[in-house]
Design a protein around this ligand. Structure first.
Ligand code: ADP
Ligand code: MG
Length: 209
């Protein structure tokens, strides 16, 4: 049995994970967490419900520098519901390190998000349209973004967000770690990863397992 204690995680993160009732890391977490902790790019294919969120939320909470005032990680999700869910998972895992996550999504007042963005935030989770809007209007400073996660990439492309995702990536610092997660890998996703990722480690969890 593999235990979360085998990863290089600080006690504050391990305690939060334990309180979530996660005793053993799932297969995708076993494979992805050590790679992200080494700041390597990853392309991950693993089915829905396999625990992909904690596989990036855990190392992100570990890696972000609490002292830094500007956002250091950006997670893109296809829907508002997912943005909220991922933001909650990050808040839970980062609880004892006091990691501040913020969800940004459309059809919600821009002004309120603008105000929230004036507060110290470590990790931004959002849908592509609204995130791009904030970057372009100067209300979201991406100059310190070191980590980019493209979550549910297949859904993201099915919903027609490719152009916006690419526009966002082009505005981010070049030196960063990029992680792409998907339940399925299409040619379009592979193309996206080869275009914007550097020597990505490919992790595919077999659906039959
Ligand atoms: P995916 O993104 O792969 O579809 P999620 O990250 O949403 O999957 O996780 C699915 C469910 O499994 C969630 O309810 C989550 O809380 C739970 N979960 C994640 N990791 C673990 C773990 N190591 N042990 C037990 N439950 C877990
Ligand atoms: Mg997911």
């Amino acid at each position: 049995m593999v235990h979360f204690k085998e990863f290089k995680l600080e006690e504050k993160i391990l305690r939060a994970i334990e309180q979530l009732g996660y005793t053993e890391p799932t297969e995708v977490q076993q494979k992805v967490i050590p790679v992200v902790l080494e700041k390597q790019d990853v392309l991950v294919k693993s089915k829905t419900g396999s625990g992909k969120t904690a596989s990036f939320a855990t190392p992100l909470c570990e890696l972000v520098d609490w002292e830094e005032n500007k956002p250091q990680a950006l997670v893109l999700t296809p829907t508002r519901e997912l943005a909220v869910q991922v933001q909650e998972d990050i808040t839970n895992i980062g609880r004892y390190k006091r990691i501040k996550g913020l969800a940004l999504y459309g059809k919600s007042p821009f002004a309120r998000q603008k105000l929230a963005l004036k507060q110290k935030t470590h990790i931004i989770v959002g849908t592509p349209g609204r995130v791009l809007d904030h970057i372009e209007k100067g209300t979201l400073d991406v100059s310190k973004i070191e980590y980019l996660v493209i979550d549910e990439a297949d859904e993201m492309l099915n919903m027609g967000f490719l152009e916006q995702v690419e526009s966002i990536i082009k505005l981010l610092p070049k030196t960063r770690t990029t992680m792409l997660f998907s339940a399925t890998l299409s040619e379009q996703i592979k193309k996206l990863s080869s275009k914007y990722m550097k020597q990505a480690v490919s992790i595919e969890i077999d659906a039959s397992e």
